[in-house]
Design a protein around this ligand. Structure first.
Ligand code: ZN
Length: 705
């Protein structure tokens, strides 16, 4: 492992934070970042750091304190306020108490903050407080876990480090571990660090640099031993990543549908997952290797991964990928068996648990599929990405262990203690879910005024959005624009997908790209459309056909691809067609548009009849006079506006006012209004299908009937 310490960067950090926070915490901030930037040391909140210092209180008295990393802060970009200051003497006194529950421990921590508003410190805070050294670094380093997670772990650690480290057997993190660590240290204070079996590494020093370099030094020795001891593993003939990806496109929607948690509610029957895949030649070789199943179908590396990954992955092989019904049946069977085993595991240990939490959902989060790859499930893209990162690291570490011995994870009872720990879940439950957080939408014509307004509304409600349009600069800049100027957390929830609605293979490829990104689709918004101004007497057939292609055939292609996808996924779905008031009240010189949109509208109504059995709802939104904003001009008005302005002798603003004044409410219609109508259907507020919501400020002539 590379030593990344730079004296000048450390000085920069002290210059930036030293005056306000003190030199010790500034140094602590710098070396915490170095540790955080090394995925082989810490991953998604695994690992924590501390420093002891002094603080002048309101009476002018100097008091010893400790700064411990607060949960919810990532080490990689931590700032000084990411460490919470606590009164050190008060915490140290706790060592004399024989027992302390999690709740009592957290209360002791929270009542000894320097800053009442600071974040809750790590559950390993007392471990840092009980040790005497100034700087302490605690990581769950891959290479250390690769030494400890095996039946002969203690021997291997002793062989690699000799007398340089203290070995502590596995104890559930919290008060008990903090005491055990302090006792073990007292017996051997000259050690350079401490290896916590099946958990991680502790190092210390008088300076931030000393402690950091002790971590890097010990991890490097572990890596060298692993390399030296590795025997080459016989791998099977693995599929190529390209082939695996094609298999993934067939598998993902069916798997996603079967993973969705059945809620029993008629209005919101499913709690879905977003999927992420790991498909590389290394992973495919590992899955197909002789001992692949035995090595990989095993408990996680450390307990802090457990609440994300469940105690075990699901193994799926021999899948009939070309037979959707057979595939669904086989997956359903495997998941039911997994759930049964999970339930039994819960019942085995729940009786003895002190804080009895109800049984969590029994769905696997990591699915191992030889020939296809590793599939990871989370409640949204951010969550699924964390699961994927953990899975990638876990697989690599297990492979490393398998090359030099036998992998052994934690005992089931320990897994249960950690999975069903109130503290851990408080961490995850802290953020409430947004209405479409678990949903994926595909929107056509996303670059236009209405399309971008719909994307914006869906994103603001937590949805994952595939913004599709003809390929080009405006499509490419659209995703970036939302990422930069959204005002809400995007977290990988928008992708730009080139898609030509008139071309069936392009529609197929677009769907595949969204499946690749998130595993499936729940909402299809058919918005792409073309307008043309001409009296029937002057109509050129070629221009009319162009509108037929986009407005009618384009709608047909989307309805039919969506129907097939929803059938495979098996968890219902929603389709919203952006119709127009012209379907109900057509305009002169607007025949091509009004007629082709009427045909599209009728196709959508037919889809509502054909897809109802699948719980797919098809509804229409009929706006009028949406002009767009400076950035996203309405394509329709680009085509229609000049003619209408000429006919009425108005300029652009005058025309906008004309449209506003012709509706009952005298209101300007925006893309945001259309987006909210889409939201109404997407969130299934009422049991409605085949219906139209006008978004027009009230036009009696155009009221749907
Ligand atoms: Zn730990």
């Amino acid at each position: 492992m590379q030593n990344r310490w730079s004296e000048s960067e450390a000085d920069d950090c002290v210059a930036e934070f030293g005056d306000e926070w003190g030199e010790a915490l500034a140094q602590r901030t710098y070396s915490s970042r170095l540790i955080g930037k090394e995925p082989a040391l810490v991953l998604h909140g695994g690992g924590n750091t501390s420093v002891k210092s002094t603080f002048t209180d309101v009476f002018g008295e100097q008091r010893p304190i400790i700064y411990v990393k607060a949960s919810g802060h990532a080490l990689a970009d931590i700032r000084p306020e990411g460490h919470t200051g606590l009164v050190l003497d008060a915490l140290r006194r706790l060592r004399s108490v024989p027992e302390l529950s999690d709740a009592a421990m957290v209360n002791e921590l929270r009542t000894h903050f320097l800053d009442a508003g600071a974040g809750t410190p790590s559950i390993e805070a007392l471990l840092h407080a009980f040790l005497p050294q100034r700087f302490i670094d605690h990581t769950h380093a891959d290479a250390i876990l690769a030494l400890t997670n095996r039946p002969d772990g203690e021997q291997v650690v002793a062989e690699v480090f000799g007398d340089d480290v203290i070995i502590v057997e596995y104890i559930l993190p919290g008060f008990g571990l903090a005491k055990a660590v302090a006792d073990a240290f007292d017996k051997k204070p000259e050690a350079k660090g401490m290896v916590l079996m099946k958990h991680g590494l502790l190092t210390w020093g008088d300076t931030a640099r000393q402690s950091y370099e002790a971590t890097v030094g010990l991890v490097t020795r572990a890596e060298a031993w692993l390399k030296k001891s590795a025997k080459s593993v016989k791998s099977g003939k693995a599929a190529s990543p390209d082939m695996a990806r094609q298999r993934y496109h067939k598998l993902a929607p069916v798997l996603r549908g079967q993973l969705a948690i059945r809620t029993g509610s008629a209005d919101a029957p499913y709690r879905r997952f977003v999927l992420q895949s790991l498909i590389t030649s290394e992973i495919l070789a590992l899955l197909d290797s002789e001992r692949g199943r035995e090595v990989l179908l095993s408990p996680p590396l450390t307990t802090d991964h457990l609440i994300r990954t469940k105690p075990l992955p699901l193994w799926l092989d021999g899948l009939p990928l070309d037979d959707v019904d057979g595939l669904r049946e086989q997956i359903a069977g495997a998941i039911a068996e997994y759930a049964q085993q999970y339930d039994a595991y819960y019942r085995r240990y729940a009786g003895a648990a002190a804080e009895k939490l109800p049984c969590f959902d029994a769905m696997p989060r990591i699915i191992l599929v030889p020939g296809t790859g590793v599939i990871c499930a989370g409640r949204d893209m951010a969550d699924a990405t964390i699961v994927r990162d953990i899975a990638a690291q876990t697989l690599a570490a297990k492979a490393m262990i398998a090359a030099s011995g036998i992998y052994e994870g934690l005992e089931e009872a320990h897994l249960f203690d950690m999975e069903y720990r109130g503290l851990q879940h408080a961490k995850l439950a802290a953020t409430a879910e947004t209405p479409l957080q678990r949903s994926v939408a595909l929107v056509t014509g996303a670059c236009g005024a209405i399309g971008s307004g719909i994307c914006r509304e869906l994103l603001a409600n937590g949805c994952h959005v595939a913004a599709t349009d003809l390929s080009g600069d405006s499509l490419e800049s659209l995703a970036a624009e939302f990422g930069q100027a959204s005002g809400y957390e995007i977290g990988g929830r928008i992708i730009a997908v080139p898609l030509d609605v008139t071309d069936e293979p392009s529609v197929e490829a677009g769907f595949a790209q969204v499946i690749e990104a998130w595993g499936g689709i729940d909402l299809v918004v058919i918005n792409a459309g073309l307008a043309h101004v001409s009296a029937l007497a002057d109509m050129e057939t070629a221009a009319f056909r162009k509108l037929e292609q986009v407005n009618i055939e384009g709608t047909l292609h989307l309805l039919s691809a969506a129907g097939r996808h929803f059938r495979a996924q098996g968890t219902g779905g929603d389709i919203v067609l952006i119709s127009t008031k012209n379907v109900f009240a057509p305009g002169a010189k607007f025949g091509a548009y009004s007629a082709t949109k009427a045909a599209a509208h009728q196709l959508a109504r037919i889809a509502s009849l054909e897809l109802a059995d699948l719980d797919v709802r098809v509804n229409m939104v009929a706006p009028d006079g949406v002009f767009g904003d400076a950035r996203h001009k309405s394509g329709l008005w680009a085509a229609v506006g000049p003619d209408r302005m000429r006919a009425r002798g108005l300029d652009e603003q005058g025309l906008e006012e004309y449209y506003r004044d012709r509706n009952l409410l005298r209101q300007r219609i925006t893309a945001g209004h259309v987006g909210r109508a889409v939201m109404f259907f997407a969130t299934r507020q009422t049991p409605t299908t085949g219906a139209t919501i006008p978004v027009d400020g009230g036009l009696p002539d155009a009221t749907p009937r």
